[in-house]
Design a protein around this ligand. Structure first.
Ligand SMILES: Nc1ncnc2c1ncn2[C@@H]1O[C@H](COP(=O)(O)OP(=O)(O)OP(=O)(O)O)[C@@H](O)[C@H]1O
Ligand SMILES: [Mg+2]
Length: 248
């Protein structure tokens, strides 16, 4: 079954056409990579799926339900989470406080102070479990802005995971990471997303080919190919347009 599907999705920025009829299909439980050159429209695709932009045409389906134009908080409630290409933690808040915010949002706790106090112990425990899982327990009280780059991306991924999504979209989680940081992040993503569906946008072909069950190649706003890693590697159109002589 497809957990996520887009049908004939188009997007343009005041006349600049960026997506031309994208039919993306993501199967439940798979790790799916979206690859393609800079400017191909990958982030725009995520943004139209997750409600940052309303597509100029076409529809987005999550578990068969039309969710076109749903806003991020509503998507989080129904089981979709995402991270951003640019780090988006709250730099002055500690790792603990950042994750707690995400967990509070999941529980929908806002201004009801009595319920808030009542639940705070559970929330603290849940936050600490998440800190342990992402290997940030030693950085519990460190402001996000002072974390190493790799740790701050790990924090961001854990915030996306804190809402316990069934489907998670990660935009270039490894960008700017060192080899070691990338290696750790891949291991963390494997561990944390077990049994879930993941869509990653990624330029690092080592990451793509080690993580993805299937790959979609985007080129000038169109899908050039979708398939298993071996099929993509051998696809002549993909080689010509993108992989070229990357020797993957
Ligand atoms: N907010 C915006 N306003 C106008 N044009 C935009 C906007 N966002 C993206 N674009 C343009 O849309 C095209 C696709 O951009 P997008 O960011 O989706 O590409 P991408 O595949 O994610 O690239 P990268 O690999 O560099 O992140 C580019 O030509 C970009 O300049
Ligand atoms: Mg992008």
């Amino acid at each position: 079954m497809n957990i996520l599907e887009t049908k004939d999705l188009h997007h343009d920025f005041s006349g600049l056409k960026v997506l031309f009829g994208i039919d993306l299909q993501v199967e439940e439980g798979e790790r799916h990579a979206v690859i393609g050159p800079n400017g191909a429209g990958k982030t725009t695709l995520f943004n139209t799926i997750t409600g940052t932009y309303h597509p100029s045409k076409g529809k987005v389906f999550f578990k068969g339900k039309d969710i076109t134009g749903y806003k991020p908080h509503k998507l989080a409630r129904i089981g979709m989470g995402r991270s951003f290409q640019i780090t988006s933690t709250f730099t002055r808040l500690t790792a603990f406080q950042n994750i707690r915010l995400a967990i509070l949002a999941k529980h929908g706790i806002r201004f009801n102070l009595f319920r808030y106090v009542d639940k705070m112990k559970d929330i603290t425990r849940e936050t600490e479990i998440m800190l342990e899982r992402v290997n940030l327990i030693n950085e519990r009280n460190v402001p996000a802005g002072l974390l190493s780059y790799g740790k701050s991306r790990a924090l961001e991924i854990s915030m996306a995971m804190a809402t316990d999504p069934e489907l998670i979209l990660l935009d270039e989680f490894a960008a700017g990471m060192s080899r070691d940081e990338t290696h750790n992040a891949v291991a963390m993503i494997r561990k944390m997303t077990e049994g879930k569906t993941v869509v990653i946008i990624e330029h690092d072909m080592d990451v793509v080919f080690s993580l993805a069950d299937r790959i979609t190649v985007l080129h000038y706003g169109k899908i050039l190919a979708t398939g298993k890693p071996d099929d993509i590697r051998d696809n002549q159109d993909v080689k010509d347009a993108y992989l070229g002589d990357l020797h993957v």
